[in-house]
Design a protein around this ligand. Sequence first.
Ligand code: THU
Length: 145
Amino acid sequence: MDTSKTNDIPVTELIRSAIEARNKAYAPYSGYLVGAAVLTNELRIYTGCNIENAAYTPSICAERTAISKAVSEGWRRFKAIAVAGSPAGEIVQYAFPCGVCRQVMREFAKDDTFLVIVAKSEQDYKVFTLKELLPEGFGPENLNP
Ligand code: THU
């Protein structure tokens, strides 16, 4: 594992938090359970799970739940997010954030260092910069050049 990108990130704790949050997922329609844990610049961790809805469109992903919790508590600067998702049972795949979640991350990732960690376990994970997952993205600075 290349640890050069994650030097100052408590990766294990972040992944553990995401996996724990996945246990709270409310996904009766898809059966796809996701947990996320976002790390603020101040090293606080906020977690979230996906929350589905009988009307489908009001459903929210785990990543946006976690970020919404942090922002609504006053934290807007983030270093990284860990995501753990898979159908019920053992986590058998890396769950990559959907496009909407990547865009929401982009809103608060003001530089190129924000990391996305997709994890199957505390030992088995991949690390990407948001820029790798959302190149040439549209962000707040485009409105205020
Ligand atoms: N989901 C997430 O929570 N995060 C993602 O980035 C991808 C998808 C959720 C939404 C829905 O509840 C279920 O996974 C299946 O799409």
